[in-house]
Design a protein around this ligand. Structure first.
Ligand code: NAI
Length: 333
């Protein structure tokens, strides 16, 4: 039996978490969920959006899966997600972006992987005001973190038989910080028998829209990874689809790329695929390959059939109807 921390999150988090649990449990895998809350809802009780017991349970169980958590814009507390990634040294954010047949999109057969550095860059949270004149946010790029993320990307490429790694940067302008990232990347690349190149982030944005099939594994500092993840989600049908994993040496926290989508929260219309696919990544991480494949096959069949789809994919099924359909297909296999 596995014991796994589950943070349902807020906004659409509780709905997609419930759907994910139902689908995962339908595979027959034996999981005991250690359910804990974080975010604005616990601020009053614990005076922090990320109480110590939440971090402790992840440290104890080693593995967590979480729904999205709202972060106030321009004021209020620091992002729970960023803090969690730093506290647990979840240095690699792995986001596979793959087309499903049956989902309407301008592109077909997209199959690329974003590897985002997860602990530093402008997300280090070092900001200060310059009186009334302005404000300053400091971008941190270290040799150690750059080396860890480049190693992760190349090891992932080898283990998963991927053909090429591309580093994304802006070293033409940020010659020292992104320059260091690129230098370290090239050093690491020279040790592996995998094709590699690099591209500045603006050119990469255009190329991703025009010729996404040219990309395979992409590795980049935190901010570019955040932005390009959403861009790439748009290539395969939107944020409802793309999963993710925050991985460190000791712990792993699985979560979708999307946020809490407050506009559709509580309406039973969110697409739970992204979190369900994050659970597929989690099952593989646990070595439960058959159960992961079972979910993936069922999702593929539901999309190919195209009759039961949520609103973001042009359908009119509720979150619950879509979830039940995945479970029905799984049972009938
Ligand atoms: P968002 O990802 O929540 O929403 C962007 C758009 O995608 C909206 O139109 C939304 O309705 C749609 N969308 C997202 N997920 C969907 C799903 N599963 N099914 C159907 N449609 C979906 O991004 P936004 O609006 O910028 O952020 C909202 C909040 O979420 C913010 O407070 C942000 O800080 C937080 N956030 C949290 C993350 C996390 O917990 N890992 C990640 C990203 C954002």
């Amino acid at each position: 039996m596995y014991k796994i921390t589950l943070i349902p999150g807020d906004g659409i988090g509780p709905e997609v978490s419930k759907a994910m649990r139902k689908v995962v449990e339908a595979t027959g895998v034996n999981i005991e969920w250690d359910i804990v809350e974080a975010g604005e809802g616990v601020m009053e009780e614990f005076s922090t959006p990320l109480p110590q017991h939440v971090i402790d349970t992840i440290k104890k169980n080693k593995i967590a899966i979480k729904g999205p958590i709202t972060t106030p814009v321009g004021k209020g507390f620091r992002s729970v997600n960023v803090t969690l990634r730093q506290e647990l040294d979840l240095y690699a954010n792995l986001r596979p972006v793959k087309s499903f047949k049956g989902i309407k999109s301008r592109y077909e057969d997209i199959d690329l992987v974003i590897v985002r550095e997860n602990t530093e860059d402008l997300y280090a949270g070092i900001e200060h005001k310059l009186g009334n004149y302005g404000a300053e946010s400091i971008k941190i790029i270290t040799r150690e973190a750059s080396e860890k993320i480049a190693e992760f990307a190349f090891k992932y490429a080898v283990d998963n038989k991927r053909k090429k790694v591309t580093a994304i940067h802006k070293a033409n302008i940020m010659k020292l910080s992104d320059g260091l990232f690129l230098d370290v990347y090239r050093n690491v690349a020279s040790k592996y028998d995998v094709d590699y190149d690099d591209m500045i982030v603006d050119a990469a944005s255009m190329n991703l829209v025009m010729t996404p099939e040219k990309f395979d594994v992409m590795v980049m500092p935190n901010l570019y990874g955040d932005i390009l993840s959403d861009l790439c989600a748009g290539l395969v049908g939107g944020l409802g689809i793309v999963p993710g994993a925050n991985i460190g040496k000791e712990y792993a926290v699985f979560e979708a790329v999307h946020g809490s989508a407050p506009q559709i929260a509580g309406k039973n219309m969110a697409n739970p695929t992204a979190l369900i696919q994050s659970a597929v990544m989690m099952l593989r991480y646990l070595g439960e390959y058959d159960k992961a494949a079972k979910i993936e096959d069922s999702l593929s069949k539901v999309f190919l059939d195209g009759k039961v789809l949520t609103a973001d994919l042009g359908g009119n099924a509720t979150t619950e109807e879509f979830t039940n359909e995945i479970c029905r297909v799984m049972e009938n296999k």
